[in-house]
Design a protein around this ligand. Structure first.
Ligand SMILES: [Zn+2]
Length: 73
């Protein structure tokens, strides 16, 4: 079971999700748009800082989407 799921919106209106372990490693990424769900490659950066970044490659529009999350949230 993963520790948490973070999500964000891509500019193409897809919603990007990443499942994280307790130490903020990404175990799975996916994207949802218009009722469909696709696998989205995702990875985490700066896992040991006060904040960490998660990057996705959106499968719908091909953008690289990077978002910063607070580690304590
Ligand atoms: Zn997109």
């Amino acid at each position: 079971m993963s520790a948490k799921v973070v999500q964000t919106r891509c500019e193409c209106q897809a919603t990007l999700f990443a499942e994280l372990t307790a130490d903020r490693c990404v175990v799975g990424g996916y994207a949802a748009r218009a009722g469909k769900r696709e696998t989205a490659p995702a990875h985490s950066i700066n896992k040991d800082g006060a904040n960490f970044d998660v990057g996705w490659l959106c499968p719908y529009c091909g953008r690289n989407v990077m978002r910063t999350f607070a580690a304590t949230a």
